[in-house]
Write a protein that binds this ligand. Sequence first.
Ligand code: BGC
Ligand code: BGC
Length: 860
Amino acid sequence: MVNLGLQRARHGAALGTAVAIACALAGCDRETNAMPTHGATPSAQETAVIHPEQWPKLSPPVQDSPALNARLEALLASLSIEEKVGQIIQADIGSVTPDDVRKYRLGSVLNGGNSGPHGDDLAPAKKWLELADAFYEASMDTSGSHKAIPIIWGSDAIHGNNNIVGATIFPHNIGLGATRNPELIKRIGEVTAIETRISGQEWTFAPTLAVVQDVRWGRSYESYSEQPEIVHEYASAMVQGLQGEPGSPEFLKGKHVITTAKHFVGDGGTFEGRDQGDNRASEKVLRDIHTAGYTAAINAGAQSVMASFSSWQGAKVHGHKGLLTDVLKDRFGFDGILVGDWNAHGQVDGCSTTNCAATINAGLDMFMAPDGWRALYDNTLAQARSGEIPMARLDDAVRRILRVKLRAGLFEAGKPSSRPLAGQFNLLGAPEHRSVARQAVRESLVLLKNAKHVLPLKPSMNVLVVGDGADNIAKQSGGWSLTWQGTGVTNANFPNGESIYSGIRSAVRAGGGKVTLSANGDVKGKPDVAIVVFGEDPYAEFQGDVDTLEYKPGNKADLALLRKLREANVPVVSVFLSGRPMWVNPELNASDAFVAAWLPGTEGGGVADVLFAKNDGTANHDFKGRLSFAWPRTPEQVTETRGTEAPLFAYGFGLTYRDTGELDALPETVAQRRDVASTREYFSAGRAANGWTIALADGQSRQPLPTGIGATADGALKITAIDRGAQEDARLLNWSGTGSASFIIERNDPIDLQREANGQLSLVFDYRVDTAPAGGVSLGVECHGGANKCASSIQIEDQLQRAPKKEWQQARILLSCFQQGGADMRAITAPIVLSTAGPLQLGIANVRLDTGLQGAVTCQ
Ligand code: BGC
Ligand code: BGC
C-alpha cells in the first residue's frame, strides 16, 4: 500500500493536470473553482421562514433555586473569553487528550460510533471509566488560574449502553414502537442510565425522536414510529427513565444521566429518505408531525437537544435561527444545551468544519467537532473577540452548558469512578437488566402470518434452525452495537448476550425435543419444523439508505432456502430481522408463519419465549407486537401515508394466537427496477458499475468508452483489458508520453457524496505499476453544483514511482481530501479522473468507496 495522501489536495489556481484537462474540455470557470458557492438567490436560508407564533408555547418543568442561579452567574462572570470558547466545544476521544482538555478547557468530549479509549472500540468498561477520570481531572485542574468546570462525556447509548462490551442491548426503537408499552420504555431508560453510569459517562445522545416518513432512510430503525402519537408518548417515558423526575433529588444524578432529544427537527422526513437530506414539508407538517417528540421530551425535562444534519426547505437546520432559537428556545422555553451533530455545522452555507460562527449565531450552544476542534477553537475565539459572535450569544451558550452541569450536580459529584454505580462492572448485563430486555424482545415481535396455526411450537418437537441470523448476535443487534456500523464483531464480543438459536436450544432442550443448527438447511431425517432466521445485515446512518424496499434485490439466497425446505415438506417459520418493514412477498409466500422481529438486541431468548408453547400446546407468551410502521404492498410503498394503495399490513396490524393467520398468495413480480446509479461502486468485474461510463480525454476531446477498451484519438492513452482476480476484470492504462490524457469514470447526473465524505469514507482502488511515471500524475474528482463546475485533485507521481513494480496494491484516499480541495461533494459527476502526460503504464481494478479507515490517509 503506498501512501497516496501525503500531498495536500490542490484547488483554485493550483489545480492539477486532471482539472486543467477537465476545464479545457468542459469549460470550467476558473474563478469559481476555488470553493463551490451553494444555493440560489435568494438563499434557502432566507426563504425557509418560520412563524414562531404558530408554534406551541411550553413551560419546561425544571425550576432552579436562587442559589443555583447566583452560583451560575458568578461562575460565568469569572470566566475568560478563552474559557468560554472552550466550554462550547466538544471533541471526540479519538482526537483529543486529557492534556488538550487541560489546556483548552473544553466543555465536553464524546465517543463517536467507532471511537473507544486509546483507539480501542472494544476496550473493557474499566478503560472507559479510567479515561473518564482522566478527562474529569483535566477539566478540574485549576493551575494557571483556570476555573474548575467538570467536563461532560456524551455517548450514543441509544439501545442500552451499546458501546460497552457486556452491556445489555435492547431492541432498536422500531421494535420498541411495536410493543406499545410506555412503562417498559421508561424501564429501559432506567436500565440504560444505570449501565451508562457504570462506565463513567453522564450524557447519552438519545432518544431519537424522528417520525420517519420514508423507510428507505437508513436510520428508520432508530425511530419508534411513522406516527407522531407513539413518538410523543415514548419521548416522555424515555426521558423520565433516563433522567429521573424533575424536582426529585436523583434528577440527572445517581443512577440517572442527561438525555438528548435528537435530531431537531425533521430528520425523519427528508426527500426520498436520504440521510442528512432535505425535509420539504410545510411548516405545519414540520410542527405537527416532526416536532411531536420534542414537545413531550421538553415537558419531561430533557436537558439537551441535538440539532439535525438535515435541511428544512433547503436550509440546513444548523444554520436556522427560526427553528433553533425562535421555536426551540423561545416558544418551547428550552433552557438546556443545544448540541450540534458530528461536524454538521460544516454543512451550513459559508461554513467549514473548523469555522462556523453562523451556527452559534443561529442558536447552537455546543459544536460537535470530533476531529476539527483545534482549528475551530482558534476561529471561534477570533470571532468572539471580533464580535462576529456577540458576547451575549456566547454567554447564553455557556450559561446553558454550566446550568446543565450544575443541575446534574457535577461540581460536587467527584471524579466519575467515585460516583454511584461507577465500576460495578458486574451490573453490566445483570440478570434483572437482561430480563427487561427479554421482555422487550417478546413484546416487539409482530406476527404477520400463521397458516394452519403452525405457531406456537411444542418444545418436544424435532426443530431445525437455519439462516445466517440464527446464531449471530451482531446481526440481531444491528448498527450502533459495539461498533458504529455494528459490523466486525462476533458472538464472543457479546459475553452477556444470547443468540436467537441459543434461546431456541434452551427452550427445546427443556421441553424434551431435539434441535439442530444448520447453516444451509441440509439435515438428515425430517424435522418437524424449520425456523429460518434471516434479514438485513447491520448498518448505520447513510450506509443503510436504500432505493427500494425489496428485500435484497440482488441476492435471493434466503428465499431459495425457504423454498428448499418447503419442497421437502418441512413447515417453515420465518423470523425476519430488519431495521424497517420491507417488501418480502416471495418470502411470505414461502413461509407458513412469518414473524417481524426487527433488531432485537442481545436477548435473543425472547424469540423462543413466544414461538414455543408448553408441551400441552398452551402458549407461554402470546404475540403482543403491533406494527408501528405500515408494511409495504410494493417495493415502492415507503409508508402508509404515501401513495393511494392500502399497505399490505396496516399500521397497528399484528396477529395473536387467537387469530386465523392464513394469508392468500401474494404477487411476486417487481415492476421494472429503476436504473439507479451505484453510489459506492464505480468499476468492478471488468465493467463500469450501474449508471457509470468510462471515458477518455486528450487535449482536444473527451469521449465515452462503453467497453472500457480503446484509445484517445491522438493515441496518447490506450486502454486494454487485463486480469486481476478473474478474466479481464481489470484495465491497463498505457500513456505513451505523446500528450496529456485522462482516464475518467463519469455520468451526467451528479451524485451526492457529501455524507460519505463526512462519514470518513475513502475512494479505494487496486492498482499495479508496470512502468513508473516520468512526470506529474494527478488523481481527482469532478463535480458540478448548479452553474459552477468544480474539481479537485491530488498529485500521486511520487507514490507511483515508489511502488513495487508489477504488484497489485490498494490505494485509499479519504474523500474529504477532495472536499478540502474545493470539490462540491454534493454534485459529483466523476469520482475518479486519472491524468498525466506520460509515459506511464498502470493497471487498475475495483474502483469503489469504502468505510475502513485502515491505511486511509489524511490530506495534510
Ligand atoms: C449521528 C448522531 C450521533 C453522533 C455521535 C452522528 O453522525 O447523526 O446521531 O449522536 O454522530 O456519534
Ligand atoms: C458517526 C460517528 C462515527 C463516524 C465514523 C459519524 O458520522 O456518527 O459516530 O464514529 O461517523 O466515521
